[in-house]
Every structure is written in structure tokens, then in C-alpha cells.
Design a protein around this ligand. Structure first.
Ligand code: XMP
Length: 507
């Protein structure tokens, strides 16, 4: 059985980051809401308590009886987690005189404490809290201080319980990963044996047991998540998996044909459906971004439903949902950060059981699993692409002619990124067709044609993004090529907005 660390989520923005750090140590972990500890699970090796947007003395603060886990598992409380542990045992937590944000240094710490093994003198840590622990219970022992924070870390005497007021999970805590590793490996005794190969082996076995001889249908999008989910399921149940790839006519140039070929090479049982006419007719004259998304989302469900019902006795709907989607939908603070659910209504409409084999993986882990499954690199490193496709990159109404112009311009940009070795340096890129025309001159002719914007961003999770600082020579070449080769475009601009306050897509 796969051993794991449980991270109790008290709502901090960095909870996911704790999860990532633990996974990076090849140790499996799960993030669960603060009050949903999996009692009686013999695979749990230790517990980490996350930070929180609340103060321990807030009326609405997330509180839970930790005596259920204390003494049974090693515990590491981070920020609020540390404050809550201390406060609920009689310690004092008060608003800090000055809010403690940013860099601090461990001015002193117990070098022989296992948590600080390999941590250097004066190591930089990252603070982010408005409260501070001003007194700890008598059986708690201070094990680290910074210049400003006397009780930066503590341990409960004779117990495997620690609290740190700083955030070891963030990049700016220099030895943070080392401290987390000390907890996970030295204290909890995790074997660091979680790998893409072990994930594939256990998931294929679970899928076989869960699905038996049942038939499963899966919607492919060309993206990495649904593709990896399909290959994994194919390994588990072979021909009982049917994949459906719907072309809504708003994919990149030749994307449908190329991706279908890839899928066939991977041995997947795929039905490709060209539904572009349906989508073009339903979208005709629609300019409002949300209306476009709704039409595409529900049109997709209709087409998929018809195809799925052609398969006899299908019992399961598989989806390439990944961990960040799940964590967001479980979000205990109710803050919706992103809501790009293209086919949210699909499972309800189809009355099928849901199978989500990647639901516990982060995006980079999905890629590692894809590689381990032997999938081609271009499928794995493919940039994200929005479900509604080019519809949200054509400002204003959509016509087949505009789609073609955009596909041609986009193809030059993306191929250029590949040729110049820049493709893998950007998170995602594309061209936007603007609803303006401007005057230009070509040869001796006056032109009055469309303008496009190039968009390329760097990011790690699409929640925030910066515009990519692409070389001027490259931008100049792409601009020339687009204007010379794409009929109907006479002006190219480059979008230099970051997210926030802009978004990656324009609609
Ligand atoms: P924004 O524009 O919100 O985009 O900064 C963040 C990321 O999400 C992608 N995106 C979508 N993906 N369906 C999707 O599957 C959608 O409706 C959708 N809208 C945006 C976008 O391409 C970027 O990667």
C-alpha cells in the first residue's frame, strides 16, 4: 500500500505548494479539508497543518480537535497550523505589532533538533502573518527565533509535534525544502518511493479492479491531461475504452488531423467527429464572450452524448480532471480562482459513473506519467489551449473566414516559436484576431485590413502570468511573415500585459 502524508488544509494559498514540495520528494501526499482527516487509514505516516487566512481567535476560524491525531502521527504545523496548535493548548496568539511579512533570518535555532538537520546558520525564511505566538504552553519548547519573532518554531516536549511560524514551502525559505524533508523522511520515515512508474502500476491495477469488464467513454481534447488519462485507461482496459474527439471547427490549423493521427499511433480507440458546421451556425452573430463559451460548452455535450450513446452498454465517463481542479472545487474558503469548466454539465446529463484517474496529480506529474507511458514529447509538452478554442481569440462575431485567417497567423507564430527554440520557454502562446481594421500600404496599394495581436506568456500555473520577453528579431520576423503570407492582415501587435490585471486569453 502506498504510504502518504496528509496535509490538513486550513485555507492558505500556499497549501498546494506544501503538497508539491512533498511530492517533489517522491513521497505521496493528499490535501484534505482541515476537518476531513481520513481516520483509520493505515497508510498515513504523518500530518502537516497548513496556514490559513484566518486568525485563531476569529469567530469563523477553522477549528478542529487535534487530539484525534496527536500522539498517533508526527505533526508539523505551519503558520496558522503552528499558532492553532499552540493556542488550542493554552498558548497565546496576538496581533503582531508590525505585520510580519517577507524575509527573516533564523538568528538562532537548536542545531541538534531533527527538523533543522542540514539547515545553515542565519538561514533565510519567509514570514507571512498578521498574528504572532507570544506565549507557548509550558510543555512546548522554543527551537528557533528570528530577530523579530522570538517563537519562530517550537516542539512539544517528548512528542513528535513541531510548529513553525514561517513558510518552509515557499521558494524564498532557503532551507525550507530541507526542513520539510527532515520531517517527511527522518521523522515520518517515508521511503520516497513514489514515482511515475509506481503511480502507473498502482493506478492500472486500481482501474482494472474498479472497471472490470465495463465500457468507458472519454472525451479527448488534444490536451495533455485527457491524452494521458486515455493512454492510462487504454493500458488498463484496452478496447473497452472508447475515446471521442470532437472538432468544433475552432481548433488550431490541422490540429484535428494531426492529433487524430497521434491518437491512432498510440493505439487508442478514437472516434473523430467533425461538428464544425453545427458550431458555426450556432455561433453566427454571437459576440458576447460568455455567450460563446455557453454555446460551445452545451454544443459539445450534445455531440458527445450522441456519440456516447452509439456505444452499447457504456457505464463510465472518464475525464482528465487533475488535482488543482479538485482542490479548487473543494476550496474551503469558497474563493473561486478560476472557473473554466468546459463540460461541467456532462456527468449529470449522461447518468454515467465518473472515472478520473489523474485526479490526484499536479500538471507536471501528469507530464512525467505521460513520458513514462511512452507518449510522444510533442503531445506532452503541448501548450494549454482553451476548450472554446479560437472562439475566445476572435473578438466579435465568428465566421469561418475569420477562423481561417486566425489559424494561418497562429500557425506562423507557433511554428516560428518551435523553429527558434522558444516554444518550450513559454507557458502558452497564440494569436488574437482584433475587431479593428487599419490602413496600410502594400506595394503601391493602400490596404485597409485587420490587425492581430500576438500573445505569449510565461507562467507556472496560469493563475499569474507575465508576458514573454521574446527577442525583437523573432517578433519582427513573425510580424513580416504574417503580413506577407496571411491575406487580410496588415498589422501585428504584441500584447505586453501581465496577469493580473489582464488575463491570458482576451475573452
Ligand atoms: P485566463 O484567460 O483566465 O486563462 O488567464 C487561464 C488559462 O486557462 C485557459 N482557459 C481555458 N481553458 N476552457 C479551458 O479549458 C476555457 O474556457 C478556458 N478559458 C481560458 C487559458 O488558455 C489559460 O491557459
Amino acid at each position: 500500500m502506498q504510504e502518504k502524508i496528509i496535509i490538513l488544509d486550513f485555507g492558505s494559498q500556499t497549501t498546494q505548494l506544501i503538497g508539491r514540495r512533498v511530492r517533489e520528494m517522491d513521497t505521496y501526499c493528499e490535501i484534505v479539508p482541515y476537518n476531513k482527516f481520513p481516520k483509520g487509514d493505515p497508510t498515513v505516516k504523518g500530518v502537516i497543518l497548513s496556514g490559513s487566512p484566518f486568525s485563531v481567535y476569529d469567530e469563523n476560524a477553522f477549528k478542529v480537535d487535534l487530539n484525534e491525531i496527536r500522539g498517533k502521527y508526527p505533526i508539523l504545523g505551519i503558520c496558522y497550523g503552528a499558532q492553532f496548535l499552540s493556542y488550542s493548548n493554552g498558548g497565546k496568539v496576538e496581533p503582531a505589532g508590525t505585520r510580519e511579512y517577507g524575509r527573516a533570518h533564523l538568528a538562532s535555532f537548536c542545531k541538534d533538533n531533527v527538523l533543522f538537520k542540514g539547515v545553515k546558520e542565519n538561514s533565510q525564511v519567509w514570514m507571512s502573518h498578521g498574528d504572532t505566538i507570544t506565549a507557548i504552553p509550558s510543555n512546548f519548547k522554543t527551537i528557533a527565533s528570528t530577530d523579530k519573532v522570538a517563537i519562530a518554531a517550537y516542539q512539544i516536549e517528548n512528542e513528535q509535534v513541531w510548529g513553525v511560524q514561517f513558510h518552509p514551502e515557499v521558494f524564498h525559505s532557503e532551507d525550507g525544502t530541507q526542513m520539510l524533508k527532515n520531517f517527511v523522511v527522518d521523522v515520518c520515515g517515508c521511503k520516497q518511493d513514489w514515482s511515475p512508474a509506481s503511480f502507473i502500476e498502482s493506478t492500472v491495477a486500481e482501474l482494472k479492479a474498479q472497471l472490470g469488464d465495463d465500457k468507458v467513454v472519454l472525451a479527448l481534447s488534444g490536451g495533455v491531461d485527457s491524452s494521458v488519462a486515455a493512454v492510462l485507461l487504454n493500458r488498463a482496459i484496452g478496447k473497452n475504452l472508447t475515446c471521442v474527439f470532437v472538432d468544433h471547427g475552432l481548433l488550431r490549423k490541422n490540429e484535428f488531423k494531426n492529433v487524430m493521427k497521434d491518437y491512432e499511433c498510440l493505439g487508442l480507440n478514437v472516434i473523430g467527429v467533425d461538428a464544425s458546421e453545427k458550431f458555426f451556425s450556432e455561433l453566427a452573430g454571437v459576440t458576447e464572450p460568455e455567450a460563446k463559451r455557453k454555446i460551445i460548452g452545451s454544443g459539445f455535450i450534445d455531440v458527445f452524448d450522441v456519440e456516447a450513446h452509439k456505444i452499447k452498454d457504456v457505464k463510465w465517463l472518464a475525464q482528465g480532471t487533475i488535482y488543482p481542479d479538485i482542490i479548487e472545487s473543494l476550496s474551503i474558503t469558497g474563493t473561486v480562482i478560476k472557473s473554466h469548466h468546459n463540460v461541467g454539465g456532462l456527468p449529470e446529463k449522461m447518468h454515467l459513473k465518473l472515472c478520473e484517474p489523474l485526479r490526484l496529480l499536479f500538471k507536471d506529474e501528469v507530464r512525467r506519467v505521460g513520458r513514462e507511458l511512452g507518449m510522444p514529447e510533442h503531445l506532452i509538452t503541448r501548450h494549454p489551449f482553451p476548450g472554446p478554442g479560437l472562439a475566445v481569440r476572435i473578438l466579435g462575431d465568428i465566421t469561418p473566414e475569420k477562423v481561417q485567417i486566425l489559424q494561418n497567423a497562429d500557425d506562423i507564430f507557433i511554428q516560428g516559436l518551435r523553429d527558434w527554440g522558444l516554444y518550450d520557454q513559454v507557458w502558452q502562446a497564440g494569436v488574437i484576431l482584433l475587431p479593428v481594421q487599419s490602413v496600410g500600404v502594400m506595394g503601391d496599394e493602400r490596404t485597409y485590413e485587420r490587425a492581430v495581436a500576438l500573445r505569449a506568456v510565461t507562467s507556472t500555473d496560469a493563475m499569474t502570468a507575465d508576458w514573454a520577453h521574446l527577442p525583437y528579431e523573432f517578433l519582427g520576423k513573425v510580424s513580416n511573415d504574417i503580413i506577407n503570407k496571411v491575406k487580410g492582415v496588415n498589422r501585428v501587435t504584441y500584447d505586453i500585459s501581465s496577469k493580473p490585471p489582464a488575463t491570458i486569453e482576451w475573452e
